[in-house]
Design a protein around this ligand. Sequence first.
Ligand SMILES: [Zn+2]
Length: 236
Amino acid sequence: MTDYIFIISNGEEIPIIFEARRGLRNITLRPKITPKREIHISKPILISVSSAIKFLEQKRKWLESIFMNAPQKISIKDGDTVEFLGKKVLIQHNSAEKSNFYSKNSRAGENILIIGGTSEMLTHRVRDFVKNEFLAEVKKIIKTVPSEFHPKKVAIRDTTSRWGSCSSTGTISFSWRLAFAPTEVMRYVIMHELAHTKFMDHSVHFWATVSKLYGDGVGRAKLWLIKNGHGLHKYF
Ligand SMILES: [Zn+2]
């Protein structure tokens, strides 16, 4: 059943998904933010939908705070301009194309990204394009530092809690959403993780290494992430 919606105070309609389960003793609410904004309700079979809705209303304040604090994602349409990796990119959908590529017709300072395939796949394809470009850019930036700092492997992730991580096995991972950050901030996170290949802690030696690799402005980049980091999740 998906015919119910929960309307939050800014007017957004959130679909409610019911699930009746045998053996369940209580109603449980699970607000979901990704990949879709939905409220999942599991209820014992003998509890009516209207009782479950009543229960949901009692939790309105809590539910609203969750959806208001995680703003709706911006969806991508043909003709939108998206800024990533320091470039402003105009998205042009062309269903006659099979792949995604930068148009040769781009003039100076203008990037036109042709996205092929069906229009339903547009957002998905843009996301994959950004991810791939991000990984390529990370690898390029890593090449600018001495090879003693090079990791065994570079991976991309989509974590909300950390921008980068370094494992004891020598793999460093980055949130690909850093692609939407200023390039200097992205470079800071990379240098931070590369410094972890030598120091697994946040000691004085570690920070001295970060400064050596990154140069001036470490504090500025850190502050930018604290203040604006949540905004990097606004797309997709
Ligand atoms: Zn660290």
